[in-house]
Ligand binder design. Structure first.
Ligand code: CO
Length: 305
């Protein structure tokens, strides 16, 4: 860990906090081979939360809820970001990458023009908890070469504020601490924030960035509005707001996620997210012809979706 002491930090003074526009509970569903999860950011919110396309939260002690994992399936046109809190998942893809997702670690995958991959539990008992975020790619980047990085927990920069708030900077930058990942165009900010009861945390945000908070432990307030556990708070975009101020009612943990909207058309069919229906048709054709995921026909032939 590269934990930093508060005196080193550039304070991020927020003059005017964004308010909560909407609280979202998400939808209980299952994906892959019967993995139970909550889809927090659903397709109906893709336009509002551009460039983010999906956020799934999963957390269970029951192996029956996760043991099937996510067998081979394709993606095209965006990035998937998996963040594990508990449990271990093995990742394999058609580009030949293989990695183990472990507690506190992140897997960042750019599907680009096409990847076929699987994510399977590397355990048959114990807790499995984490998140998968889908981040869109700009039209100009949708057919770029696939890319992949496993970020181990120890590689994620962390700092602690004077109030004892611990911040893990997965992407972007916070209080002058650069995150493990940086992305052009969408410029995502992805923070995991751990707040002691009664503490506050401020984060500057460009006014036009779309932003949301997902509370996965405890409960917080933003302005006058309380945000309970397992709720996403969509933050208002206001020209006169320069960030967000969070206050923990009880000891809390949350994700704070923000990014620059692409303002491009979104066409989604399952695991393909393009700009037009014609591009979706091409993605399905390429997948069916074994062209998605390169020359790895063995992967293509075992896909279930
Ligand atoms: Co996937």
């Amino acid at each position: 860990m590269n934990d930093r002491i508060s005196s080193n930090l550039q304070p991020e003074a927020v003059r005017q906090s964004r308010a909560v526009e909407q609280l979202v509970a998400g939808q209980a569903t299952s994906d892959g081979d019967g993995v139970k999860l909550t889809r927090v950011l659903t397709q109906a919110l893709q336009r509002r939360l551009d460039p983010f396309l999906m956020l799934d939260a999963f957390g269970t002690d029951n192996p029956g809820d996760y043991i099937g994992g996510f067998p081979d399936h394709p993606h095209r046109g965006f990035e998937t970001i998996s963040y594990m809190l508990a449990g271990r998942m093995r990742h394999r893809d058609s580009a030949g990458n293989e990695g183990l997702l472990q507690p506190g670690g992140v897997q960042w995958m750019t599907a680009g023009r096409g990847v076929i991959h699987s994510e399977l539990p590397e355990q048959d008992s114990g807790a499995m908890e984490g998140f998968q975020l889908w981040l869109n790619l700009a039209a100009k980047d949708k057919l770029r070469a696939p890319w992949y990085r496993d970020v181990q927990s120890a590689e994620i920069p962390e700092f602690t504020t004077a109030e004892g708030v611990k911040v893990r900077v997965i992407a972007g930058a916070s209080h002058d601490v650069a995150g493990a990942m940086q992305r052009e165009t969408t410029e995502p900010l992805y923070l995991d924030v751990h707040l002691p009861a009664g503490s506050t945390f401020s984060q500057t945000l460009p006014a036009h960035f779309n932003a949301f908070v997902y509370v996965y432990r405890g409960d917080i307030t933003i302005g006058e509005r309380s945000v309970p556990q397992q709720r996403m708070a969509i933050l208002q975009n206001r020209d006169d707001a320069d960030g967000v101020m969070l206050q923990a009612t009880s000891a809390s943990r949350l994700l704070l996620i923000a990014g620059q909207p692409l303002n491009e058309p979104i066409a989604q069919y399952g695991p393909f997210v393009m700009n037009t229906q014609q591009e979706i048709v091409e993605a399905v054709k390429d997948f069916q012809a074994g062209r998605l995921g390169g020359a790895d026909m063995e992967y293509a032939s075992t896909v279930e979706h």
